[in-house]
Design a protein around this ligand. Structure first.
Ligand SMILES: *[C@@H]1O[C@H](CO)[C@@H](O)[C@H](O)[C@H]1NC(C)=O
Ligand SMILES: *[C@@H]1O[C@H](CO)[C@@H](O)[C@H](O)[C@H]1NC(C)=O
Ligand SMILES: *[C@@H]1O[C@H](CO)[C@@H](O)[C@H](O)[C@H]1NC(C)=O
Ligand SMILES: *[C@@H]1O[C@H](CO)[C@@H](O)[C@H](O)[C@H]1NC(C)=O
Ligand SMILES: *[C@@H]1O[C@H](CO)[C@@H](O)[C@H](O)[C@H]1NC(C)=O
Ligand SMILES: *[C@@H]1O[C@H](CO)[C@@H](O)[C@H](O)[C@H]1NC(C)=O
Ligand SMILES: *[C@@H]1O[C@H](CO)[C@@H](O)[C@H](O)[C@H]1NC(C)=O
Ligand SMILES: *[C@@H]1O[C@H](CO)[C@@H](O)[C@H](O)[C@H]1NC(C)=O
Length: 855
């Protein structure tokens, strides 16, 4: 049976990979790795012993085999290269291990014979080695944790081989594009008093059989894994126990692994995972299991940075990113953990090595974006979904979140277009571009959904995904299929632009545009002029752009509106002018707020919008209000909107009660800290903005916190938590007072610190230089919040140090009481520069003091 699998897989290796141009000059290819692992867990000096056989084929008559191996103790004399029964390693000079560069060279007596379909020549490389596993080892490492109480220290092994750390665990051919079959065998040693006993061993394939050896080792043999790349390999060894959940319509099983006494904390995430799998199946309408076998999720009691992108059968994440401990886990932490798991399950669903038929994506960035879009889609159904399955919950708040997260990074001159990642594997995308790839692609898909209308979009999408099961998915193929399925919609676009042409224009160009809207009000009907250019926070990179932008809009007086109800036309590079009856009212572009662009209006239109917001804000729905406030803050920072207009539009915020809008304000306010922005921010200005926001947040803060709002629904908790953190960040005095009071109470043991306000509390504490408070030892869940708060403080100081002092303006920022006719403000101040250096160095000293204090 093994031979059959082997040859089948091998055929697909040659099919997929030998033709790839870049691989052509690799001379030796791995086909299968067989690993026999004997692990030993000790308090000090843990290690595993491993016997390895790599089956390879050759592509050239080479006499040297070059393997990657780092921090391994290779047994001299154990290395063999077998051609049948004959070892062909050179006698005179068998091998050389260059430990510094992590290379193992094996010299051969005779050149390798080239593999051809008619002459299937395999070689077997045998190596025996020992790996010392420490707490801080790379790739595979020891984790120490406590069971039951603070005395019972335990140990375990876990691996994180992404993106290229496999060579720290076993000798291999370290090329992320090579795929091979892995066969594991684990010898579990019998219990011994000096050794930590472990009985849970997980690899990337199901157990085949278990037997006892004569010396009482348990030998676990695993099935051959599917073909995987090195970064997808994993090994876990511990004394964990598990709990499982099974999906409704397929036998997809989710298994959570954790220490026995902690298992109860993972009930929430287990149930959540099960719900998401059920949602996936009901969305895809076909009952195709996600993979052959269960999905194992290991809660590793250490700090791990999310799931590994390529994992599908054996997932690992930090325990604090999965546990839901009552009275300790905050709603923001729940929010993060549900997103991470939903995203990982979507990755698995969209294609994984363990499927019955493998689905592969040619452009992995696109898969990442799609998985992110779907993660938010399923989260929206999970949190807000009604009982009626036919009805789709819109992405709204999540859509805005994706868009604003992406926009905050997608503007710099050096930011690449999404297509620039065409040839990158997902693991090769640098972490600084992770948000760009996942959130921007997701946001653009959301924009597409709104153009095509949700129902049509999802029908086309699910049809496409189902039809490509077990095949290749490429961007090209996707957009053609989409055009075909949505062809009846394409007439909506003014001049026959299809969905594919529009999408391509966004994937092909980096960044995003701002549309300048000029309403010529001196004629009837009014003329509206639209012109796009690159949006940038700095002075550079503001050239013309040619995004195809389907425009949708609403107007204040909508009786005679021509084009209000559907996106109708796209604009390219030229100024586009159309007529519309505005009857002295405003026009707002980007209906549903889903367009991946910003809009700047002429100041008369801005003032009309501001007036409506103050007088009757509900006549503009919350998605559009959310878009407007974020655009206003961004345009102000970019120097495109002057202070007077910006504050006039934002002035209504004290009446605002929508969570979506406030989230937009919060992410927009973050933009103030962009360095080198064209608004020439100085310290006084920055403090004034904080002051302004502090006044604006006052009312909603009172409503949510001071008046003891008791709503414990997840979205209500999240809103409250976001507002408290924001109020602390802008130094809202009642909030700081409240936090100090809460903290004192918790310190005196009167009550437990509310986890939802903990991050804000740590922020207040870290900032409060007068408070000589030393943190008690925090648990990992609290520690996560402390690190976030710490980071925020540092970012704020770092920014403040870099900007000039400026001078206080004669008139502080205008607030509600002042009418819209304002004194001319000198908004861009030029600063006498000699005091700056002095202040900066002073602040630096303060900062370093603060930092040492925080250590
Ligand atoms: C492939 O060959 C070219 C030219 O001989 C060489 O420059 C390049 O580094 C090789 N690539 C790899 C991955 O070995
Ligand atoms: C491993 O040991 C623990 C307790 O020592 C036990 O609860 C668990 O069932 C064992 N697991 C297996 C797979 O034998
Ligand atoms: C294996 O276990 C059995 C029973 O537990 C014991 O009698 C025997 O001595 C053990 N053998 C070795 C080699 O430790
Ligand atoms: C699930 O497993 C049960 C029992 O093993 C089997 O009878 C059933 O057909 C399976 N269902 C699916 C959808 O595979
Ligand atoms: C867009 O917004 C309108 C109301 O402004 C709403 O009726 C429509 O359903 C929204 N479309 C989507 C796709 O959310
Ligand atoms: C990326 O792939 C798309 C779709 O196949 C193609 O149209 C585009 O030209 C490629 N771009 C780059 C930079 O390779
Ligand atoms: C129509 O399509 C072209 C690209 O072929 C584009 O340049 C133009 O701006 C589009 N829209 C209008 C209104 O012409
Ligand atoms: C942070 O420190 C600054 C300067 O010391 C102070 O003005 C501000 O009120 C503090 N903020 C908080 C949240 O304590």
């Amino acid at each position: 049976m093994f031979e059959a699998i082997f040859f089948f897989l091998f055929a697909s290796v040659t099919g997929n990979f030998l033709v790839e141009e870049e691989c052509l000059n690799y001379t030796v290819y791995p086909v299968q790795y067989e690993l026999t692992i004997i692990p030993f867990l000790y308090k000090e000096n843990s290690y595993y012993h491993c016997e390895q056989t790599i089956t390879v084929i050759a592509n050239a008559n080479v006499r040297v085999i070059e393997l990657d191996a780092k921090e391994l103790e290779i047994q001299p004399g154990s290395i063999k290269v077998l051609d049948g029964d004959i070892d062909i390693v050179s006698d005179a000079r068998p091998n050389e291990y260059d430990e510094i560069n992590g290379k193992l060279y094996i010299y051969l007596r005779e050149p390798l014979k080239i593999y051809t379909p008619t002459n299937a020549q395999f070689y077997y490389i045998k190596i025996v080695f020992t790996k010392r596993v420490k707490k801080d080892s790379t790739g595979v490492f020891l984790v120490k944790y406590y069971e039951d109480d603070e005395r019972n220290m335990k140990y375990m092994y876990t691996t994180r081989l992404s993106p290229s750390k496999a060579k720290f665990s076993f000798p291999c051919f370290d090329n992320p594009r090579f795929e091979a079959v892995f066969k594991f065998r684990v010898y579990v040693p019998p219990p011994r008093p000096d050794m930590q006993y472990a009985n849970t061993s997980l690899v990337i394939a199901k157990e085949l059989k278990r037997e006892s050896s004569r010396d009482n080792y348990t030998i676990i043999e695993y099935m051959p894994s599917p073909q995987v790349a090195l970064h997808q390999v994993g090994f876990h060894y511990s004394q964990f126990t598990n709990k499982q959940a099974i999906a409704k319509s397929t036998n997809d099983t989710l298994i959570i692994w954790a220490p026995e006494d902690k298992l109860k904390y993972y009930d929430f995430i287990l149930k959540f995972g099960e719900s998401i799998i059920n949602l996936i199946h009901s969305y895809s309408t076909i009952n195709r299991p996600l993979l052959y076998g269960p999905i194992n999720i290991v809660a590793v009691p250490t700090n791990l940075n999310g799931y590994e992108i390529g994992s599908w059968y054996l997932l690992t994440n930090g325990a604090n990113r999965m546990a839901n401990v009552e009275q300790l886990t905050s709603i923001k932490q729940i929010d993060r953990m549900t997103f991470e798991l939903a995203q990982q399950l979507c990755r698995i669903w969209l294609g994984n090595p363990g499927e019955l038929e493998r689905t592969r994506w040619k452009e992995e960035w696109f898969k990442e974006g799609m998985a992110t879009y779907f993660a938010y889609y399923f989260l929206a159904q999970y949190y807000y979904g009604p009982l009626n399955e036919r009805y789709r919950q819109p992405l709204d708040a999540y859509g805005l979140h994706m868009k604003h997260t992406a926009m905050a990074v997608d503007w710099h001159r050096s930011t690449p277009a999404l297509e620039a990642f065409n040839n990158s594997l997902a693991i090769e995308i640098p972490s600084r571009y992770k948000d760009l790839v996942t959130m921007k692609t997701g946001a653009i898909l959301w924009m597409l959904e709104n153009w095509l209308q949700s129902e049509k979009f999802h029908q086309a999408l699910v049809k496409y995904i189902n039809s490509r099961r077990g095949k290749y998915i490429s961007l090209q193929d996707f957009v053609s299929a989409l055009d075909y399925d949505t062809v009846e919609c394409s007439h909506q676009f003014f001049n026959g632009s299809t969905a594919s042409r529009i999408l391509k224009s966004w994937f092909h160009q980096p960044g995003y545009p701002v549309i300048n809207v000029q309403v010529l009000r001196d004629r009837t009907p009014n003329a509206v002029q639209l012109k796009q250019r690159q949006f940038s926070f700095t002075q550079e990179n503001r050239g013309e752009t040619e995004y195809l932008i389907p425009i949708s809009y609403l107007v204040q007086n909508r009786e005679n509106c021509f084009n209000c109800y559907r996106p109708r036309f796209t604009i390219g590079k030229q100024t586009y002018t159309f007529s519309e009856n505005l009857d002295g009212g405003w026009i707002i572009l980007n209906r549903n707020a889903s367009g991946y662009y910003r809009v700047n209006y002429d100041s008369a239109t801005w003032r009309l919008i501001g007036k409506t917001l103050r007088e009757d804000m509900h006549s503009i729905d919350e998605m559009n209000r959310a878009e407007i406030v974020n655009d206003v803050l961004a345009l102000y920072v970019a120097g495109d909107l002057d202070l007077a207009v910006a504050t006039e539009v934002l002035d209504y915020l004290d009446k605002e009660t929508s969570a979506v809008v406030w989230n937009s304000v919060i992410s927009g306010f973050e933009l103030m800290k962009i360095e080198g922005a064209a608004c020439h921010m100085d310290k006084h200005m920055f403090w004034e903005w904080e002051d302004f926001m502090s006044k604006k947040v006052s009312k909603i803060y009172k409503k949510l916190v001071a008046w003891d709002d008791v709503d414990q629904q997840p979205n209500a908790r999240l809103f409250r938590s976001n507002i408290v953190t924001f109020a602390a960040v802008v130094n809202h005095e009642p909030c700081l007072k409240y936090l100090r009071y809460m903290f004192e109470d918790s310190r005196r043991g009167k009550q437990i610190l509310d986890p939802d306000t903990r991050e804000a509390c740590y922020y207040m504490l870290s900032n409060d230089t007068n408070n000589h408070f030393v943190f008690r030892k925090l648990n990992p869940i609290e520690e996560e919040d402390r690190m976030i708060a710490d980071h925020k403080i540092r970012e704020r100081y770092r920014f403040l140090i870099k900007i000039p002092y400026g001078v206080p303006r004669p008139m502080p920022l205008i607030s509600t009481e002042t009418p819209s006719t304002q004194p001319p403000v000198t908004e861009k101040m030029s600063i006498p520069d000699n005091s700056v250096a002095h202040t900066a160095s002073l602040l630096l000293v303060l900062l370093s003091l603060l930092l040492t204090f925080l250590r």
